[in-house]
Design a protein around this ligand. Structure first.
Ligand code: UTP
Length: 224
């Protein structure tokens, strides 16, 4: 199977601890023996911190996005470092480079590409380019909830949702640099148009990447 894995920066970068990078490198390496994997890494708190400083300095939203992209690429470099031989040593800056690097047979790890979306969108566009069968989105919650579960104790988890319904749910969300909510619009639109099955899982447990291939976990986005 061809699988694009997107890993939220908030999962990988916690208290400047490198261990999560090692844990993810291990799981991804194992999965890459059975499947063809492509990995996209998010920015997490460091990206938000840099964006906030840039905004304070009067940067435009596009420049703030660009600075966020730089941070996602730094995280990608750390994951590449943790994967050593298995990963292609460079971070592609765009999809053409991603496809070119993938020709080497090595696993490609990338961050952001251009302003105005998050790495969720990068993952879905990459999935279109490579003809992926599945996108696994590792995030800091165990799936999609009807409200933010970090803020609302009565939030209810949604096990399955169509891409169309999810677009409606996310339609009022913020789209400023550093605040591309739970799953960005561009990403959902692409999942819908190219009918790519997508699973959102709790990425704080790296083994969930495995499970997402065979089991019903997290939230499954049905490409309808
Ligand atoms: P993330 O993909 O990590 O964004 O990229 P996010 O959804 O805000 O953060 P998580 O999921 O909680 O980790 C960090 C920031 O980098 C910029 C955006 O400003 C984004 O918020 N970015 C990233 C882009 O502008 N384009 C990209 O392709 C990727």
């Amino acid at each position: 199977m061809k699988i694009v894995v997107t890993i939220g920066g908030s999962i990988l970068v916690q208290d400047n601890n490198y261990k999560k990078f090692e844990e993810y490198a291990e799981i991804i390496s194992q999965m890459n023996n059975e499947h063809k994997l492509y990995v996209v890494v998010g920015g997490g708190k460091p990206a938000r911190d840099y964006i906030s400083m840039a905004r304070g300095l009067g940067a435009s939203e596009a420049l703030c996005d660009d600075i966020g992209i730089d941070v996602t690429r730094l995280n990608a470099r750390l994951l590449i470092t943790a994967m050593s031989e298995i990963a292609y040593p460079e971070v592609p800056h765009n999809f053409a480079e991603a496809l070119e690097y993938s020709e080497s047979g090595k696993l490609v790890v990338m961050g952001g590409t251009e302003p105005a979306h998050s790495t969720d969108a990068v993952g879905s566009i990459l999935a279109e380019f490579v003809g992926a069968d599945l996108i696994i989105n590792a995030t800091s919650v165990d799936g999609l909830y009807d409200k933010d579960p970090h803020k609302n104790s009565d939030a209810v988890k949604i096990d399955e949702i169509t891409a169309s319904r999810m677009m409606e749910l996310l339609s009022n969300k913020d789209t400023k640099a550093g605040t591309y909510e739970f799953f960005d619009h561009t990403a959902i639109g692409i999942i819908k148009r190219s009918r790519i099955k997508t699973v959102i899982v709790d990425g704080t447990i790296p083994e969930n990447l495995y499970k997402a291939v065979f089991e019903k976990i997290g939230t499954i986005i049905l490409p309808e």
